[in-house]
Write a protein that binds this ligand. Structure first.
Ligand code: SUG
Length: 459
């Protein structure tokens, strides 16, 4: 497979856009029930997965957005099983002995080290547009994902991959992830939204947190964990040099966290001057609206609130109505990229039909099958990291990570060549799977021209 330097994408360079960088599903995609508080992950624990189908479903969505004229990028998966994490906690010997011993002695830890969870790149990092930052560069901070062990092993390699994609220091700044402690629990862009008139002008950055790390008197969920702290959100805003007048913090409603809304992007999504959210999303909706309007200088803004009477929190979580991508097509039309589950949930389908037939900024819904990811609680919005880029920044992105017709064909071939079409938790201990994954990733780094980003390449 040759490197693709041609620009055959349907995306044409324009003044400023918001690009989507989707996580490519890794070869160990499986259902291990690792995410307490994430209903789908828990209820599909031990199901047999299909990594090949998962990766192809993700590629289909990327290609479709690229065909709509959107700038679409690809974020490489991580190396799994993570034998380095297992060595760090005392397993030793050959890679295969490390895996066998961990599987026998600490099966849950072993499974955590096998997760392909880096596919959900909304959790890869928080990204601030250059129009919002004090040094007029795009800032990236990988999420530390401290709440879940299987995710907390992602940030270092995420940082390597992002630096290889956005290497030009005159445009891009990469911070280290926040300190690895619940105090600074950070889940990245899943709890962050940007509002703007157009993608190139200064916007409002909106951070949603689940709890205060240091204030017991504030409300917090009782059943499931709040993964994001306000302390983490404030640290990101400081690191990125955001203007305090254009930064808004809002607390998620702890009651919906307790109903399975483990990230804000499961209950709200924003784009341009639109916030689409459920009536129960925030702890104090009137003050959220007031704060956004003030930061947005009282310019026209659309709050589209979905009432509980039309869509219950349960249906929203089941269908992932809000884990949709709200995007502006090159012709300016705002559309929703939704999972098929929205079409199959009657209350949600009825709501979306109503929404797009009324005089609202949202004009159409496009449905996609991303079921393999959905079964682990990851919808279309979880699978992508948004990066607003002006014209110069667009040309500074590593061109090999962008979707083109050739890249799509190459990646499909790559998946078909290296991925299994069935994987059960017991298969993960097969040393052959580690070899297969490393061979696949080594080839992928050439295809995406990433250099050496994985520990196995740095030996
Ligand atoms: O962190 N699921 C992921 C889903 C992440 C969704 N991302 C956003 N909402 N942005 C999580 O809970 C499940 C893995 C397993 O159980 O095998 C998992 O990690």
């Amino acid at each position: 497979m040759a490197q693709d330097n041609s620009n055959q994408s349907n995306f044409t360079l324009s003044s400023a856009i918001e690009a989507n960088f989707d996580g490519l599903v890794g070869p160990t995609h499986n259902y291990a029930g690792l995410s307490f508080g994430n209903v789908a992950s828990k209820s599909n624990a031990k199901a047999v997965s299909n990594p090949k189908q998962a990766a192809l479903q993700g590629l289909e969505k990327m290609k479709a957005l690229s065909d709509m004229g959107m700038m679409q990028g690809i974020i490489a998966p991580q190396e799994r099983p993570d034998v380095y994490a297992l060595r760090r906690i005392g397993f030793s010997g050959s890679d295969s002995k490390v895996m066998q011993d961990a599987y026998k002695q600490a099966p849950h830890i072993f499974l955590a080290c096998c997760s392909a969870s880096s596919m959900w790149t909304a959790n890869a990092a928080t990204v601030s547009a250059s129009a919002d930052t004090s040094d007029s560069r795009v800032h990236f901070t990988p999420a530390n994902l401290t709440n879940k062990f299987h995710r907390a092993i992602e940030p270092a390699v995420t940082g390597n991959i992002l630096r290889a994609m956005f290497a030009d220091e005159s445009h891009f700044v990469h911070h280290q992830h926040l300190p690895e402690n619940d105090h600074f629990g950070d889940e990245g862009a899943a709890n962050h939204t940007r509002f703007c008139d157009d993608y190139g002008s200064q916007g409002v950055e909106f951070f949603v947190y689940g709890k205060y790390a240091f204030n017991d008197s504030k409300p917090a969920p009782k059943r499931y964990p709040a993964r994001q702290t306000i302390e983490a959100s404030q640290a990101i805003a400081r690191l990125h040099g955001l203007n305090a007048d254009r930064t808004v913090y809002a607390q998620q409603n702890p009651d919906v966290i307790d109903q399975g809304v483990f990230h804000n992007d499961v209950i709200a999504v924003g784009n341009k001057n639109v916030l689409f959210y459920h009536q129960q999303a925030f702890l104090n909706t009137p003050s959220v609206q007031e704060d956004i309007l003030r930061a947005y200088s009282d310019k026209p803004f659309h709050f589209i609130e979905v009432p509980t009477a039309k869509v219950s929190v349960n249906d929203a979580v089941k269908s992932y109505l809000f884990n949709t991508q709200l995007i502006n097509l090159p012709n300016g039309e705002m559309v929703i990229i939704a999972p098929l589950e929205c079409k199959h949930t009657p209350s949600v389908k009825a709501y979306l039909d109503w929404l797009t037939s009324e005089d609202t900024p949202i004009k159409a819904v496009h449905y996609f099958d991303v079921k393999q990811s959905m079964q682990n609680g990851g919808g279309p919005a979880c699978l992508r990291l948004r990066v607003a880029l002006n014209a110069k920044e667009q040309t500074a992105v590593n061109p090999n990570v962008l979707m083109t017709d050739t890249k799509y064909a190459d990646l499909r071939n790559w998946v078909n060549k290296h991925y299994r079409d069935s994987l059960h938790a017991d298969d993960l201990v097969d040393p052959q799977l580690l070899d297969e994954s490393r061979t696949a990733l080594d080839e992928l780094t050439q295809l995406l021209n990433l250099g050496s980003v994985y520990p196995f390449q740095k030996k």
